[in-house]
Ligand binder design. Structure first.
Ligand code: 8YV
Length: 313
């Protein structure tokens, strides 16, 4: 029986589970009928948490694991992990950067095209037999338009590169100017939204970015504007977004992330001018295999006393 005990907060694909369970004694928190009972029973022996981006690890959970040494996150965003608690308690934290960059950028473009060109609506149009009897409504061009990118990290840059391929004019909002890119830096988000035809949000989640896309930003984006969010549900004021979609003060939105996933606000389901994705930006076989490998590499390095491949803390 493997002796290092780890707690998993949510499932990974089967190929990761097989590998992890061959190497560690894995406790499946999400399958426990009574999670508190499981933690009370095994918590004192847990040395690692394997979690996912959206599940994270709270201070409340970590406090109940006195031997916890490392939290390894399957995902790049660590906003749901209490990093201050980890730092203060010498708990290492790792994530899975780089391996998912291209896929998340791809889905941002996929959502932009799906939303502007109304691909899901066109699919319904053909399947429902309307083709030939009524005209498909004309849609919005993507090529050559003004794209505002909110966040110019690794994924923001990959999105910019793709939209440049569409001949788009690109500007971005970030905490500071990025000198390694030639796109226009706009330090005012409101001004960026006012200028842009399409606003693509890819800033990290967390306290600093809560509701940065608020009612004023949506108003500035305007009735022909399209919002794409592939960051976290927290970065957009969802009440304001639903109101803006309902009264068409923005044209439409393409969303991969929401508050309260997977139980998202039901009002989204009734809207025709939004394309919905189940937080699946990194959800390709290729990327998920690489993410699982990186989680395992970080855990293996930690327990072998080697340098962590992708440390956050
Ligand atoms: C999720 C993500 O982790 O990378 C992130 O921050 O949010 C995603 O990749 C993924 O859906 C696995 O749960």
């Amino acid at each position: 029986m493997p002796e290092v005990e780890i707690l998993m907060t949510g499932a990974y694909p089967e190929w990761d589970m097989v590998d992890l369970e061959a190497t560690y004694r894995v406790h499946r928190l999400w399958e426990a009928a009574d999670r508190q009972e499981l933690i009370a029973r095994v918590g004192k022996d847990i040395r690692a948490i394997a979690t996912r981006g959206e599940l994270g690890a709270s201070a409340e959970l970590m406090k109940q694991l006195p031997k916890l040494e490392i939290v390894s996150c399957y995902g790049v965003g660590t906003d749901a992990i209490d990093l201050s608690y980890a730092r203060a308690n010498d708990i290492r934290v790792t994530n899975t950067p780089d391996v998912l960059t291209e896929d998340v950028a791809d889905i941002a473009i996929g959502l932009l095209l799906a939303t502007a060109r109304q691909v899901p609506q066109a699919d319904v149009f053909v399947r429902s037999g309307q083709w030939g009897s009524v005209a498909m409504p004309l849609v919005t061009r993507v090529s050559g338009k003004k794209v505002g990118i909110v966040g110019m990290g690794r994924i923001g840059k990959a999105i910019a590169k793709r939209t440049a391929g569409f001949g788009c004019n690109i500007a971005y909002f970030a905490r500071h100017e990025h000198t390694d890119v030639a796109y226009t830096y706009q330090p005012e988000l409101l001004a960026l939204a006012d200028w842009a035809d399409f606003l693509i949000v890819i800033v990290p989640g967390g306290a600093a970015t809560v509701k940065i896309v608020n009612a004023d930003v949506l108003k500035a984006l305007g009735p022909n504007g399209i919002l794409i969010n592939v960051s976290r549900g927290t970065t957009v004021d969802e009440e304001a977004l639903i109101a803006a979609l309902q009264d068409r003060s923005i044209q439409s939105a393409g969303l991969d992330v929401f508050l309260n996933e997977p139980k998202i606000d039901a009002r989204f389901l009734a809207l025709q001018n939004v394309v919905l994705q189940p937080h699946h930006g990194s959800g390709t076989v290729e990327t998920r295999k690489a993410m699982g490998q990186l989680v395992r590499d970080n855990l293996a390095a930690h327990f072998a006393g080697r340098a962590l491949p992708t440390p956050v803390v």
